[in-house]
Write a protein that binds this ligand. Sequence first.
Ligand code: HEC
Length: 134
Amino acid sequence: MKKSFGFLIAAASLVLASYNANAQAATADIPADMNALMSKYTCIACHRPNQRLVGPAYVDVAKKNYSDEEIVNLIYNPVPSHWPGYPPMAPMKQVPKEDALKLASWINSLDGGAKKTSTKKTTTTKTTKSTKKA
Ligand code: HEC
């Protein structure tokens, strides 16, 4: 636990140092309460709403149409294969579920205004192949 937290701090400060120049402008579109959570749990070091940093922009995460719960799970157990070309994100198990959910629903709210009506496509057209053996 301690070890991985140390790693996160190291990674976070490294990233913060290199992105400090444009950090201020880029955080302008983060609401104050989310900014507080992002800073507290170091998400801010790697994520921005509209900009790729170390991790994907949250608008791009929103496009994946995860449920809030799914995002919470991904914060605790990232699946790096979802984001080819990015380094793997470390599991952030220190984030309390309540705060993880707040972040998740905010991330989902960033879906570029192109809100899809919540009717999830249920195109389960089963192609029942009749591969009967003679
Ligand atoms: C040290 C950098 C770093 C930190 C800190 C970090 N992330 Fe990430 N995050 C990444 C990277 C890189 C990816 C893409 C690769 C991956 O998913 O493993 C990612 C992916 C994600 C995804 C997409 C998951 C998916 O599978 O589509 C979400 C959501 C996310 N991060 C949220 C958060 C939240 C919330 C925090 C703070 C609690 C956080 N991240 C902290 C680097 C980071």
